[in-house]
Design a protein around this ligand. Sequence first.
Ligand SMILES: *[C@@H]1O[C@H](CO)[C@@H](O)[C@H](O)[C@H]1NC(C)=O
Ligand SMILES: *[C@@H]1O[C@H](CO)[C@@H](O)[C@H](O)[C@H]1NC(C)=O
Length: 372
Amino acid sequence: MLSLTSIVVSVAFAALVNAANYKRVTCPDGVNTATNEACCPLFTIRDDLQANLFENECGEDVHEVLRLTFHDAIGFSSSGAFSGGGADGSMLIFSDTELAYTENAGMDDPVDALLPFLAKYGANITAGDLIQFAGAVGVSNCPGAPKLSFLVGRTNATAPADDGTVPLPQDSADSILSRMADAGISNAEVIHLLASHSIARSDTLVPGHTDVPFDTTPFTFDPQANLPRGSAQRDWSAVRSEQHGRGGGGLAAARRGRDAAPVGFRAEPGLEDGVRVAVHADQSLMMSNFQSAMAKMAVIGFDSGTFVDCSEVIPDPVAPAESAATFPAGTSSDDLEQACTSAFPSLATASGAATSIPACPDGDTDIDDCPS
Ligand SMILES: *[C@@H]1O[C@H](CO)[C@@H](O)[C@H](O)[C@H]1NC(C)=O
Ligand SMILES: *[C@@H]1O[C@H](CO)[C@@H](O)[C@H](O)[C@H]1NC(C)=O
């Protein structure tokens, strides 16, 4: 039996261990505390981004900033084929140079959105940190998204990345995969990063159409990106023609045999030669895979061993609405273009009539009603 003394001693010891592990610093703002003072300036920047750029929504600015996290980070080549410092903020610091690259069409929006934040907070955050931080904060507004990690420590870019580091949708699967591998991203991680297309729309992939959604739910992070959009959907006919390409297969081949959980294969509209991409129909697997692949992508070009983990500043995303994808009303497995031999997961079909894809995060279907 424990004596009273030994209980007191062990309680005191536990308190000490606790203090050592969880001692927090009080930030100069007098309001927030943090595990490391390097995280203190981020609270203000987070709140400013949320209130004045993202409007606390998973809207167009979030989509665009997420795309920017990739376009900045991928500017790195381990083979030396391209020069570039990875996630170093060169897209902001050398925007005049990098925005002229074909692959960066449309990137002027997120660059213009973040430059005022860099001007305002440049003493407290580097350009590369700002891009990845804004991406992690913004994605937290998307229901179903994982909470992305955020580490502080990227130094400012000293030169632009070369033209050609960002793979183009019309590139062959082999070329896309080899470019990604040259930046340190494995084939499986390419697939995991493509989950970002769950919260994406394109202004350029379908000629004559802007805001073409990649799935039925462009404002929630969910595995619907794996499924057909349905015949009554907004811009469906245009997107459909993009989806019906054939050929490629590199990504599907790369994907085969990985992960025990259910995966589906579909034509990825961003890969115009009809390459089949494996994507998860499982919400929680999609979340964890995206989280780990983003953590890797966000530090390309850096040794993050000395970085400070400030993930505590990232808001907790809203939980996913559904645990698995459903076929949109009016669609079924008959609408799938499956390219691999493994079974497609068995999914329910949403009941009722086919519904329109929302144009705004609040569900409004008229794009002119969206706040920004
Ligand atoms: C920079 O960070 C320090 C420390 O958190 C803070 O006192 C200061 O107000 C910040 N500057 C800006 C412009 O937010
Ligand atoms: C990074 O670049 C920005 C923009 O030029 C500048 O405001 C900031 O002071 C730089 N940060 C460092 C640590 O040099």
